[in-house]
Every structure is written in C-alpha cells, then in structure tokens.
Ligand binder design. Structure first.
Ligand code: OSB
Ligand code: MG
Length: 372
C-alpha cells in the first residue's frame, strides 16, 4: 500500500480533574494525532509524549520536530506490505519511540481498515473482553483519595492503582487497605525511590498489593533486581522497559515479575507485541498501561490488550474519567462489571470525531504541503 497523504495535528484539551504523579501534575493535555491516508483508507495514531520531559525524555515538541522533519517526510510516498516494515524505514533514528510509535500504530489501523478486519484481529488478539483497572493520582487529601476509589469501584473497575511518592505511601496504603480490605490494589511510584529506601518499601509487603510499579529510577534495571530480592511484593516495570531487549535483560536479572506494556513507550505495536511474546514464553504476565490517552490512543490500547498474555487488568478505562468529550465516536466506555468489549468493526472500531478534532486543533502540518 502506498501512502498518499499525512496530516499531523496538535490538539489541546483540559482534563476533567488534575492528574498528579511523583513527577508532577497535569491539568491540560497537549496531544499529537496523526492521520495517514493510503489505498482507499485512513488510519489514525496518537502520540503519548507528555507536555514536559518528566515521564520520559520525549515531549510533545520533540515528537513534533522529529515527526515533521524526519519521520513523516520519509513515510510519504512510501509503500509497504506490512506495518512492521516501518521500523526498518526509520531504523536510523535512535530513540524517539513515542514519535515513531504513533505512526506505526496509524499504519496498523490503516491496513486493518483497508483489509476490513478489526485491528485487534490483525494484531493476533484473541480476548473478547478486556479487564479494566484505573490509575488514581495523588490527591489533595487522603479523604479525597478514598472518595475517588469508592467511585471507581462503584463504576465496576476491577483493580485500583494509586500513585505513591515519599510522604504519600505507607500510611496512605494502610488507610486504603483498612477502608477496602478485599480490593485488588497496586501502587505506582514512577521512579520516586532509591535502593536506600528498601526499609520503607518493605513496609508495603503486609498489604497484599498486586504489585509495585516502577519503584526505582526510570533508567534502572540492576537496582530493581536487588530490590526485588529484598521485598515480597512483585515489582512491575514501566519506564525502565524501552524495548524487548530491556525486557529480556530485566527478566534475566529478575528485576521484576510483571511488565507494564505501553506501545508508545516501546515504539509501536510491533515492539509491544515482541515484549508481550517474550514475557509469555517466560511465564511473565503483562498488562497494558495508559498515558492519559484520548479515544484514539485508547482504542489502540484496547486492540493490543486482546493479545493472550495481557492477563492482568490494564489502565484501560473509559475516556470520560479524563475528558468531558472524547476524540472518537462512540466514546470509549466500560461495562458495569469493568470490561471493554473490543469492537467487531474494521480498524480501530471507533471513528475519530473530525469536526471536534478540528475545533481542538492548535497547529497542523500536511504532507504533501497542500496549500496553493
Ligand atoms: O506511570 O502509568 C504511568 C499517566 C501518565 C504518565 C504515566 C503513567 C500514567 C498513568 C495513567 O498511570 C494511566 C491512564 O492513562 O489511565
Ligand atoms: Mg507507571
């Protein structure tokens, strides 16, 4: 299939509520959307880079630069049989995985639509429903946190993840456990601790947490391995896993027992699938992480989550938790018992709401540059 036209847009939209992690607070999202036309179809992708270099070194602006100057010009007029070939095309660009990832994702959607099959089927997925959990940020008060957890449980979510950082950890987890003794609960530190905090982290062991996500530095494997040997709670790696080779090294080092897969973080659906397959071979469960995506990114996460080894509930939740109005129709929603049913229609199975996206757009670049 030959690529004829590409549009890159930046949209801005406020979050319903601020989202706070150990690395900072987000109130408004800046999101890049890529639309790629080839054959008789159009595919969409969403870049998960953040507003600042706090989760990873990529940002919305670095992604814009790399996409407009290097990646999209090389994709225009390019022909491919399989979306996986894209990684060879851009292989000389090191890093910038979130920038690359949204383009590869759009190519998958494009091909699925061209073939008139659901994207999840093209990816090789088998799950007919996706178990959903939620990620709850650091709140203004412990009471506000308890209230939020209560609301999400009532909505049907199957697993609660709370963000922790030094000063908002053991006592908060104790409070949550006292209030909700039986829920499936986990914590995410986004790299806020160091190996010297092992004493503090061991204090989490009695609370029966499903896992602790990324306790140590975003770029570390070795210290996680040392930590895992000293705590009972399973470590799950997020930031530290940039590709399948990192995952292989992490497992060899026993740096974690679970891996969170985010397609943006690892550079696209094909690398995400590689991490998934490797973990499956080694008996390591995975789950799909989230990056406060709007519906387009969410729909890609849903498709990915249908792969067999996504055996734990993901941070794949309804769009309305974050945005008043989603970028796709119908909006991504969750059943009252906490599942998302992957659509049977072709491609993503959710349609980008183009008039709404146009309204939210603050900058746009077309390939070829069609003005005149
Ligand atoms: O660490 O999983 C994370 C959001 C932004 C950056 C990093 C993370 C998160 C989340 C939110 O936890 C998950 C979601 O999209 O619901
Ligand atoms: Mg995380």
């Amino acid at each position: 299939m030959k690529i004829n036209r590409i549009t890159l847009r930046e949209i801005r939209l406020p979050l319903v509520d601020f989202f706070e992690t150990s690395f900072g607070r987000t109130q408004e999202r800046r999101v890049l959307l890529v639309e790629i036309q080839g054959g008789d179809a159009v595919g969409w992708g969403e870049c998960v880079a953040g507003e600042g270099p706090f989760y990873s070194d990529e940002t919305v602006d670095t992604a814009w630069l790399i996409l407009t100057q290097l990646i999209l010009p090389s994709v225009l007029k390019w022909s491919f049989d399989r979306p996986t070939e894209f990684q060879e095309l851009v292989g000389r660009v090191r890093g910038h995985r979130m920038a690359k990832g949204c383009v590869e994702a759009a190519l998958w959607d494009l091909q699925a639509r061209e073939l008139e099959v659901p994207l999840w089927e093209l990816l090789g997925g088998t799950r007919e429903k996706i178990a959903c959990g939620v990620s709850i940020g650091i709140q203004k008060s412990p009471d506000a946190l308890l209230e939020k957890i209560e609301r999400e449980l009532l909505a049907g979510y199957q697993r609660i993840k709370i963000k922790i950082k030094p000063g908002w950890d053991v006592e908060i987890v104790r409070l949550v456990r006292d209030s909700f003794p039986d829920i499936s609960l986990m914590v995410d530190a986004n790299g806020a601790y160091s190996l010297e905090d092992v004493g503090q982290l061991r204090e989490l062991d009695p609370f029966g947490l499903l896992m602790i996500e990324q306790p140590l530095s975003y770029d570390d494997l070795l210290d996680h391995s040392k930590l895992q040997a000293q705590i009972d709670t399973a470590i799950c790696l997020d930031e530290s896993i940039r590709h399948a080779r990192d995952a292989a090294h992490a497992l060899e080092l026993q740096a974690c027992r679970i891996i969170n897969i985010k397609m943006g973080r690892v550079g696209g659906p094909s690398e995400a699938r590689r991490v998934h397959d490797l973990c499956q071979e080694q008996g390591i469960p995975v789950w799909c992480g989230g990056m406060l995506e709007t519906g387009i990114g969410r729909a890609h996460n849903i498709a990915l989550s249908t792969l067999e080894n996504f055996s734990l509930p993901g941070d794949v939740s309804a769009a309305k938790r974050y945005y008043e109005r989603d970028t796709v129709l119908p909006p991504v929603e969750v059943t009252s018992d906490g599942f998302i049913i992957p659509p049977k229609t072709s491609g993503l199975g959710y349609e980008p709401d183009l008039p709404w996206i146009e309204k939210l757009t603050v900058r746009r670049q077309d390939f070829p540059d069609t003005v005149s």
